[in-house]
Design a protein. Structure first.
Lengths: 112, 109
């Protein structure tokens, strides 16, 4: 039981490049989330999903797209990376009702 | 937006109880209060959550006031490994968890 797994752990992109971050959970959770955390700041919600095939915007969705084609996976895409997207990205999942969030270990992304 | 307010930072002596306050004055009747902590740059770790009754688990105790407008997370015997940022969260409708800036707790030897 791996919990929430994020790949890759580290990535460096040049401005304008694209990439996809993968989040996988093996807990059969309905809800999944993508957050970003800038140095010295709290986590900010980018997008989330309340079930397979659904996505919704959070606090800071601009510049990102997401997809939830399979219940266990939640993908975060950057179509044209910008230096302002340099951050640590965390994925989380939770079950229905009042279940708490379970977090992955994060992806550290640097855009030069 | 986060629906809670917390002090920016706190210190606690090792071995003493750490009491971390949180205000959530706009909380509604069926909304839970959740506590997480983040050690250095790791993913946040779930601690405890509650609705209106006090809760206790192996990590901490959660005391919620009778009017539910505030709560206190208690770490009964703080250790150096409890140094972290602690987040108090009341999820929005649709299970949206918005993290504020939390309280940076430093446990002092």
């Amino acid at each position: 039981n791996a919990g929430v797994t994020q790949t890759p752990k580290f990535r460096v992109l040049k401005t304008g490049q694209s990439m996809t971050l993968l989040c996988a959970q093996d807990m059969n959770h309905e809800y999944m989330y993508w957050y970003r955390q800038d140095p010295g700041m709290g986590l900010r919600l980018i997008h989330y999903s309340v079930g397979e095939g659904t996505t919704a915007k959070g606090e800071v969705p601009d510049g990102y797209n997401v997809s939830r084609l399979k219940k266990q996976n939640f993908l975060l895409g950057l179509e044209s990376a910008a230096p302002s997207q340099t951050s640590v990205y965390f994925c989380a999942s939770s079950g229905q009702g009042y279940s708490p969030l379970h977090f992955g270990n994060g992806t550290r992304l640097t855009v030069t | 937006d986060a629906k809670t307010t917390q002090p920016t930072s706190m210190d606690c002596a090792e071995g003493r109880a750490a009491n971390l306050p949180c205000n959530h004055s706009t909380i509604s009747g069926n909304e839970y209060v959740y506590w997480y902590r983040q050690i250095h740059s790791q993913g946040p770790q779930y601690i405890i959550h509650g609705l209106k009754n006090n809760e206790t688990n192996e990590m901490a105790s959660l005391i919620i006031t009778e009017d539910r407008k505030s709560s206190t997370l208690i770490l009964p015997h703080a250790t150096l490994r409890d140094t972290a940022v602690y987040y108090c969260i009341v999820p929005n409708t649709g299970n949206q968890f918005y993290f504020g800036t939390g309280t940076s707790l430093t446990v002092i030897p």
